[in-house]
Design a protein around this ligand. Sequence first.
Ligand SMILES: Cc1cc2nc3c(=O)[nH]c(=O)nc-3n(C[C@H](O)[C@H](O)[C@H](O)COP(=O)(O)OP(=O)(O)OC[C@H]3O[C@@H](n4cnc5c(N)ncnc54)[C@H](O)[C@@H]3O)c2cc1C
Length: 409
Amino acid sequence: MPTQAPFVIVGAGLAGAKAAETLREEGFDGPVVLVGAEPERPYERPPLSKQYLLGRADRDNAFVHDAGWYAEHDVELRTGVRATRLDPAAHRLTLDTGEELSYARVLLATGASARRLPVPGADLDGVRYLRTLADADRLVTDLTGGGRRVVVVGAGWIGLEVAAAARSHGNTVTVVEPQPTPLHAVLGAEMGRVFARLHRDHGVELLTDTVVREIRGSGGRVTSVVTDGHAGLPADLVVIGVGVVPDSQVAAAAGLEVDNGVVVDEALRSSAPDVYAAGDVASAFHPHHGRHVRVEHWANALNQGPAAARSMLGQEVAYDRVPYFFTDQYELGMEYSGLAGPGDTVVCRGDPDDGAFIAFWTADGRVTAGMNVNVWDVTAPIQQLIRSRRQVQPARLADPDTPLELLAG
Ligand SMILES: Cc1cc2nc3c(=O)[nH]c(=O)nc-3n(C[C@H](O)[C@H](O)[C@H](O)COP(=O)(O)OP(=O)(O)OC[C@H]3O[C@@H](n4cnc5c(N)ncnc54)[C@H](O)[C@@H]3O)c2cc1C
């Protein structure tokens, strides 16, 4: 009897691990191979810039499954192995071990890598990025004990969370950001200012409208950061958080449609037969938005991996979850749902100066996104409001006595 070709998952991150789990939960009893370039079994990244970086979380808490789970569920986990070539016509995958795997269906869950900062000196010792558990292990050692001068390049989510952790450890922190406020592209100026104030209140020197030109060092080690406004910000450590790049090289080389990630339809099928994509690497057609969306967030990996697995099994799938994100910085906890556009109007329920409020973004009177800051258990109605596309009067949105459930219908 010929052996059955496996379902292969490339990328042993959250999306890949959850896809493997779902294949088994759905009763698939054929072979499943999960190939991951990192040495660890699949883990979750959000703690790496929060509790783990603060030294308050155990390494073991980050893993998606117990070490024994893979063998128990007959999932062949291949860690420390990278897929280098995909041949969709022959249904074959080449690994960097030189092996070739035949597959029946393959899921690309290769995620994303930290974008490198293209300036002189970015390769000096003491310049760090934060994407992997190994990165976090190094960074927590760097930050613990305090007393260091840390320059964070980029006031995005990772940069701000690292700044908060670095301050909590007692380091001096400067954040350099080219935009007028932190998180400008996602939140706009008004809500970006909330995060600017938060960090300044915690002693961070925040330099906005400022571009890093060079990182300087002595004896191979970083000593300062040169910007368009500063001849040299003293630095013992530089942490770069300037976004991520989807890991779609294998897909592109295989001739798959790639455009800011692997292009997939709402069932997470790529342009090649039997090749699927999910998580940070996937630019998926989103039925609600009517366009392709690539979401770089935990909840998307958590839910899209299982959706892709069901699609691989031939089930009908239309992935249409509202994009969702969360962050924790100092005493601020926040959840964001939806996808605001650059021209959207912001309506606040509560006063941002009080530290607890909900911001809504609206276009044509319809809610496109909502951000709850230190207000909890409102994600479901906010997402319902976004999905409903109902027109809502700004005064009612702003009124804390009008239940969100009522507005969402
Ligand atoms: C420090 C940090 C904090 C974060 N905090 C939050 C947060 O607070 N909230 C939130 O919503 N999101 C957060 N995120 C984002 C979230 O972690 C990602 O969206 C999520 O990890 C994406 O999962 P994924 O499985 O798609 O990809 P990844 O987690 O990137 O996993 C992909 C895996 O595939 C491997 N791989 C790549 N290419 C190959 C190949 N050719 N062969 C084999 N393996 C390969 C990679 O090495 C990697 O291990 C954070 C991310 C980071 C880095």
